[in-house]
Design a binder for this molecule. Structure first.
Ligand code: 13P
Length: 284
């Protein structure tokens, strides 16, 4: 039974204070590679799909690929829809069988976000699925979603009221993190994670994982960041390894050899992060 509810994966990680790698895949090769890394390290894993990837592959094909490949691994894995402002895409993915969704209504007022998030949670529950919520945009544009503007951080009371009244399973606060590449090591408000968790013990999603230091990961995970998102690192390793392979093998046009190099690079990237997050050996 490799596919398990995201709630279960997150609750165990939150309780035992390790981080589950939540990695955005972009196609079949990267999906298979991250599952292989999780299986090799006996780690639970959350596979994430952006709305762009869902639209590129089509929800039907993507989900069939996922359920077939996930059924072949024997570690706990779940499929998550990353930042999605579009309720129709959320409904489509929940009906297909995604295990969780991030309802990204950070562009709406907190009140409207809350009102709609309550509906999304009710919809998700009908499928046994989980919901991640956010009230502040995470800085940076990823797969066409988001903005480069600084996030407006809400008060602790507003955050707690949102968590409690929506019943979300996971909360994604802005703590100085950003999607994409950091120009310098970010200054992160780790105390905010502790303050939220002390008042409301909800697993926290750490966005913008690419470029954080090992010390930042372990500190934030110890404070309650049970889900650690990685997207840009996969894109870089996938594309750079392809480029390196092609430049190292001029005139060779052998797709399987190229794919092997890319697969190995993505597995390395996933392995490194799983180890950093302390989830190696945590499969049950
Ligand atoms: P990075 O692109 O910085 O790894 O962030 C990933 C993320 O937070 C996806 O939601």
């Amino acid at each position: 039974m490799p596919i398990v509810p995201t709630q279960e994966i997150l609750q165990r990680a939150f309780h035992d204070r390790y981080g589950v790698a939540a990695i955005n895949i972009v196609n079949d090769l990267t999906l298979e590679a991250v599952l292989a890394a999780a299986e090799e390290l006996r780690a639970p894993l959350i596979v994430q799909t952006s709305v762009k990837t869902v639209k590129m592959e089509g929800a039907d094909v993507l989900f069939d690929m996922w359920s077939d490949m996930a059924s072949r691994v024997n570690v706990p894995v779940a499929l998550h829809l990353d930042h999605c402002p579009d309720r129709a895409v959320i409904s489509e993915c929940l009906a297909k069988g995604w295990n969780s969704v991030l309802f990204d209504a950070s562009k709406l007022t907190v009140e409207e976000n809350k009102r709609q998030c309550i509906e999304v949670v009710a919809e998700a529950r009908r499928y046994g699925a989980a919901v991640e919520g956010e009230i502040e945009g995470i800085k940076g544009v990823e797969d066409g979603i988001g903005s480069d503007a600084e996030s407006t951080v809400q008060s602790l009371d507003v955050a707690l009221d949102f968590i409690r009244s929506t019943g979300i399973d996971c909360f994604a606060p802005a703590i100085g993190n950003a999607h994409g590449m950091y120009k310098a090591t970010p200054h992160l408000d780790n105390q905010r994670v502790s303050d939220i968790v002390a008042a409301e013990p909800v697993p926290i999603a750490l966005h913008g994982g690419t470029g954080m230091t090992p010390e930042q990961f372990s500190d934030l995970i110890s404070r309650g960041c049970a889900k650690v998102n990685i997207s840009t690192a996969l894109k870089i390793r996938f594309m750079q390894s392809g480029y390196d392979y092609m430049t190292g093998h001029p005139g060779e046009y052998d797709p399987p050899a190229l794919f092997r190099a890319q697969r190995a690079a993505v597995i390395d990237m996933a392995r490194d992060h799983i180890r950093l997050f302390g989830s190696e050996g945590k499969a049950w």
